[in-house]
Design a protein around this ligand. Structure first.
Ligand code: FES
Length: 614
């Protein structure tokens, strides 16, 4: 049989067809980004593509999921296999969009005290002649410059000594030795090339950020970010965990795509900074518990079933070479500890960078995504919980939802008289959809002008050009098809309202229960971490009653606090130890089995403004 090809458009990507692989799997293998929120289970409908050519038959389940689009030739990429060459059009809504990635973090003052050090030694050549024991000379010099006692045990692998004598001659006795502070020598090179680099990695479910750091000065040399390539295998951690459970080979695959991404980002960062990646000696990686497990190739299945216990929660050190091949041969990776199944090292890192263990007044730290991590810190205790927010804040399950990428509406104001909306669109082009912060902004405005009631429905009595009946019931019209980039009306449906209501109720209920546990009614400080928190307008959040016990002026966005925590741990051993202490001090409250959760959740559904909006 002649070789057949599948042409993915509009990317123009031609790939060899493979029997038994779905169009989604083919796309994933060849770097064609197709949304796959459910991880290829045929449930989310996000991998819809238009196919021309001979493909597998459409079954009833797929036809039901596609609805009227089935008659137009659309198929679910995850359920369709090509039987010969085919052309596959990936529509705008099914493409993985590049998100606006948050890389900034909170500034943090601290002493530089990295785990990796480079020592500049000078071995007198006459000593070499007297005593040919180069190894002993190096160890003695190391003891002198490091001011360790003569009985300090250095570990100097013999592989590092190979051919050193000859090279030492050419460098007039000058040597650079890179070691860990515990005495393990990682590299010896002739001359005084004292550069010593590290990378701090914020491994998020949706994005990966790599900070290239100079370990001698503590300076950020370059920052690179990319969408997490695992997004093509499932949008949230639950779908990726399910994928690993159902297809054991996928654990290795999900790990590999992340390693490749981190390696490429580290290389790009070095190129931008004009430094050699071979001088990267350490990486600190933080991520939620599922990302942490997949990264370490630990079975994540236990995270998705009660009692949601991680396979391991301690900090871990592993060799970096197979994960970041461009790094130095002796480089290592330090993983910060995780706290619970859904409170990961990213939360520990955020608490570290925000000094959550040193607060003087009740402080709430929130990182909201498909999962919401909530930390309530007081001078005495640090409580934390996690709530299943769902994908609404990342645009998932919202009819015209999308991530915070160019084309997304991210802020809305609504005229109280005409109900006419004014939209702000990322990138200033025509609107393609609405992102999480835009959704909160829109609904807050609609609550304010009375189009959405406190209980969460559209008020039918306000029907007008903008509040109208659509195919799925009442809907609010944001932009007509002439004014969008999709050629279709941009609307908010009543199902969208329900998804937002469930998401914000989960957060509200989680905060309420933490407050109740510590008998606190008001919060003096709320720190919003992460991308969604950074772009979320506090007035809008309070306008839909998202946070109990909070006034708008007490809310501050703190950027990528998890990334800042990873940097902190990379630059300082004492901060790294502090992260371990923070993880042990944190007390985890399991909401799924909490006796008052359901009651708190129902109470939290209201869109009424109890949050002290100014
Ligand atoms: S329906 Fe195909 S990935 Fe969800």
């Amino acid at each position: 049989m002649p070789e057949e090809f599948i042409l993915f458009q509009p990317m123009g990507r031609r790939v060899a067809a493979e029997e038994n692989l779905s169009l989604l799997e083919l796309a994933q293998q060849n770097g064609v980004g197709i949304e796959a929120t459910c991880g290829g289970k045929g449930r989310c409908g996000n991998c819809k593509v238009l196919v021309q050519g001979k493909v597998s038959l459409l079954d009833k389940e797929e036809a039901d999921s596609l609805g009227p689009d089935a008659d137009k030739g659309y198929r679910l990429a995850c359920q369709t296999t090509a039987l010969e060459g085919a052309s596959v059009w990936v529509p705008e809504n099914s493409r993985v969009h590049r998100q606006v990635i948050l890389t900034t973090g909170y500034e943090h003052d601290m002493n530089l005290d990295p785990e990796i050090c480079v020592w500049e030694l000078s071995i007198p050549l006459e000593d070499m002649e007297k005593n040919n024991q180069l190894r002993e000379l190096i160890l003695a010099q190391l003891n002198r410059v490091a001011q360790n006692g003569s009985d300090f045990q250095w570990s100097l692998p013999s592989a590092l000594m190979q051919g050193l004598n000859e090279r030492l001659d050419k460098s007039a006795g000058k040597l650079s030795v890179v070691t860990t502070m515990s005495g393990h020598c990682l590299e010896i090179s002739p001359g005084w090339d004292s550069s010593c680099l590290g990378v701090a990695v914020d491994l998020g479910t949706t994005t990966i950020v790599v900070y290239l750091m100079d370990l001698k000065t503590g300076r950020v040399l370059s920052v690179k970010a990319e969408m997490n390539p695992q997004v093509s295998y499932g949008e949230d951690v639950i779908s990726r965990i399910a994928l690993c459970r159902d297809r054991p080979d996928r654990l290795e695959k999900l790990g590999r795509v992340v390693y490749e991404c981190i390696n490429a980002l580290a290389q790009d960062a070095c190129m931008e900074a004009g430094v050699h990646p071979g001088r990267i000696f350490e990486a600190v990686v933080v991520g939620n518990t599922a990302m942490h497990h997949i990264f370490l190739q630990l079975d994540p299945a236990g995270l998705a079933r009660a009692p949601y216990i991680p396979e391991t929660s301690d900090s871990i050190e592993i060799s970096a070479r197979s994960i970041i091949p461009v790094s130095a041969s002796g480089a290592q990776i330090h993983m910060l500890p995780v706290k619970a199944g859904f409170v990961g090292a990213d939360t520990v890192a955020a608490v570290l960078s925000l000094d959550g263990d040193q607060v003087t007044e009740p402080t709430l730290i929130l990182d909201l995504g498909t999962n919401g991590e909530i930390v309530l810190a007081t001078p005495q205790r640090i409580l934390c919980c996690s709530c299943a927010v769902g994908p609404a804040f990342e645009g998932g399950h919202i009819k015209w939802g999308m991530r915070g990428a160019p084309g997304a509406v991210d802020q809305v104001s609504v005229s109280p008289d005409s109900l006419e909306p004014a939209l702000r669109v990322i990138g200033d082009g025509p609107a393609l959809g609405i992102c999480g912060s835009g959704l909160v902004s829109l609904v807050s405005e609609l609550v304010k002008v009375g189009v959405v009631t406190a209980s969460g429905g559209f008020d039918e009595s306000r029907c007008s050009t903008h509040l109208r009946w659509g195919t799925d019931g009442l809907e609010y019209l944001l932009a007509t098809k002439e004014n969008t980039g999709t050629g279709q009306d941009l609307v908010l449906t009543h199902q969208d309202l329900s998804h937002l209501q469930l998401a914000k109720a989960a957060i509200h209920a989680g905060i309420s229960l933490l407050l109740e546990e510590l008998d606190i009614t008001r919060l003096e400080k709320v720190l919003l971490a992460g991308a969604f928190g950074n772009y979320l307008d506090p007035v809008s959040a309070c306008g839909i009653n998202m946070f109990p016990g909070v006034t708008v002026e007490n809310i501050t966005s703190v950027g990528n606090a998890a990334g800042a925590g990873a940097i902190t741990a990379l630059l300082s051993r004492s901060q790294r130890k502090r992260a371990q202490t923070i993880a042990s001090r944190m007390e985890y409250l399991e909401l799924a089995s909490h006796p008052k959760f359901n009651e708190a959740f129902v109470k939290a559904m209201a869109f009424s403004e109890q949050g002290g909006k100014t």
